[in-house]
Design a protein around this ligand. Sequence first.
Ligand SMILES: [Zn+2]
Length: 426
Amino acid sequence: MQAMLLTSCFAAALLASLALKYWLATRQMRHVAAHRGAVPAAFAATIALAAHQKAADYTLAKGRFGLWSTAFGAAVLLGWTLLGGLDALNATLRDTLFDRFGGMAYQLALLAAFALVGGLLDAPFEAWSTFRIEQRFGFNRVTWKLYLADALKGVAVGALIGLPIAALILWIMGAAGALWWLWAWAAWMGFNLLILVLYPTVIAPLFNKFEPLADESMKARVQALMARCGFTAKGLFVMDGSRRSAHANAYFTGFGAAKRVVFFDTLLAKLSAAEVEAVLAHELGHFKHKHVLKRMAAMFALSLAGFALLGWLSGQGWFYRGLGVEPNVAAPNDALALLLFLLAAPVFGYFVSPLLANLSRRHEFQADAYACAQASGADLAAALLKLHEDNAATLTPDPVFVKFYYSHPPASERLAAMQQLGAGLA
Ligand SMILES: [Zn+2]
């Protein structure tokens, strides 16, 4: 009875989310196509028609691809759950491994097999996106050789990091009693903090080269800005982002005084020193307004709620049967519960994602305002436009699509807000 109810809720939520995704995506594509013919008046002086049309074509190509991958993702999700894929995989691994090697080995094998099959199913879509779409618009710099090397490294790093934390969580689930979810949550949080430390120093260098920023005048500029804003950084680095993609970026990693600033070489190549400074001032604005901390606190709270929910669900037979899996009788069900939760939660979570996007957009406005106060608003506006053009981001998104998905406000709104601060384009 309860299992049937869960099945119906899950199927209804999946259908509703699919319908919503299609409605939003086609709105966006229609809107962009309808505005392809002319550069919006506000940008007519700064953006060429060819660049505007490239952005429209890129958005449309990604939109069409998104429709296919959404449909495929839904089919795979149904395949794992209601159509019995996970049940079959589980039965096979349990029957071959549990008696001989015990519960932990069987459960780790189940998680690893699930991740491998999922990765293989996604692989053609990722390759298509890189070698067809990104390639066609001149963004891809990856060779097949580097692509495959990345994939193999990714699997190795994933196994090296993922298996120990999975083993720890599974052990807690089996051994820590009724409040296991609280302990598991604590372990998961500790793991996340560890990754925050290890990512810039150990993991990222496996994939990219990081060199100290050599340009002395740029260095002096950045250091002056940071001193003005009351920040210290452990180092300024340039990353060879151009090895893989022409898209440009800059980011901060690490905590407190161990913060690092990483510039993509593609960013330094495209922006003037003053524009780089303005972009960095925007990033500092996120720190000044404690957006990073707030995001982390929200992530901690969300995952606590998630673990508490999982703690309850994992003890209910209908949770497994309702999602197409027969729970084990002798063997532990912890890995199964984890997987089902990871599969089902995003289907329901999709409907609250606009709240997070809305919060994120508000943070972007605040960071822009901070950048306008600490650096030149005109430079920030110019950098924004250059990055939009270089990334072929559309200047004419559908307003409803923006409300639902955009983590950053559209360029027109950001420039208008800057202009109100008296700092926009001259
Ligand atoms: Zn930002």
